[in-house]
Design a protein around this ligand. Sequence first.
Ligand SMILES: [Cu+2]
Length: 175
Amino acid sequence: MTRYLAATTAVLLTAAVCTAVPAQAGTAEVVVAHGNLRDLQLGTVGPFDHASARVSMVQLNGRSRVVLQVRGIDRSVAGRDFGAHLHAGPCVTGDGAAAGPHYNSDTVAGRVPPQVDPTTEVWLDFEVSRAGTGFATTTVPFTPLPGKRAVVVHEMPTDHHGAAGPRQACLPVSW
Ligand SMILES: [Cu+2]
């Protein structure tokens, strides 16, 4: 389920205090998605088979702050790190390839080759707690374009090239 709403940053202007400072009015766009993770490895038992997640993205003044919360992870993997990213394509049960490549702001801008790092992509690696939860947050200097997209959880932590092993599960995010 995806919710979309817009909130206007409140700007207080009073003649007494704000005469010299230009007020910066921005419109924050907030995207929230939550639900059960969809299994991308049907037929194999994985630590995210009974997990759910919530992702929120606040876009303001050309930047985005993204927060990922995961719960219901099998506690046998407590202490392990897993890679997670915003992918350009949709989250389809049993079809990891459908999510396509990472969402990359350089690719969208047509830069060749695209830079691949946490400033051009939304990386949300998390460590599993003893309670079977995970939390990640990142702020990136771009605002992903709307579309049917996926937050994909991988089997390994993200390396310097952006790779994180097989795709395990995903959460649909559309706005
Ligand atoms: Cu990924």
